[in-house]
Design a protein around this ligand. Structure first.
Ligand SMILES: [Cu+2]
Length: 150
């Protein structure tokens, strides 16, 4: 008796599990095409910052979380992009640090965490010449998410 009721419970649990998995699968199948049709371009957004005349242009950038920022060196001299948090003793290490970019080269970084990120060029004395910039990453507005799910 007890073994058959245990088996029955096991069957019921298995059926419930199968239903839950089925719902999850159905949810995926229904939502994925909708999202791609309402946003035909890649979900990732990219913004460009050019390095020109020992400056980052624009110097300050306000972006939603998840944006890729592409840094392009348009100068004849090498530049880089280093998160300035790690430049002070006793602070957290830099979140990002590009290699030295030669003329025409580019490097990109995706900002996923909201916050303010100051960066600078550590090549020669470019920082002292004013080669500093800032990215302000804002929380993704909830409207954008629900709108794309519809
Ligand atoms: Cu530089």
């Amino acid at each position: 008796m007890s073994t058959s009721s245990t088996a029955r419970i096991a069957i019921i649990l298995f059926a419930l599990l199968a239903m839950v998995v089925g719902f999850l699968e159905a949810d995926r199948v229904v939502h994925w095409p909708d999202e791609s049709s309402s946003a035909p371009e890649a979900q990732e957004v990219a913004v460009t910052v050019v390095m020109r005349n020992f400056r980052y242009v624009p110097e300050e950038l306000r972006i939603p979380a998840g944006t890729r920022v592409v840094f392009v060196n348009e100068d004849e001299v090498p530049h880089n992009v280093v998160h300035s948090a790690g430049q002070r003793v006793g602070t957290a290490p830099s979140l990002f640090e590009s290699p030295v970019l030669q003329s025409g080269q580019q490097w990109s970084f995706v900002f996923t965490e909201p916050g303010e990120y100051s960066f600078l060029c550590t090549v020669s004395a470019h920082q002292l010449m004013g080669m500093v910039g800032r990215v302000i990453v804002e929380e993704l507005p909830p409207v954008a998410n629900s709108a794309s799910a519809r």
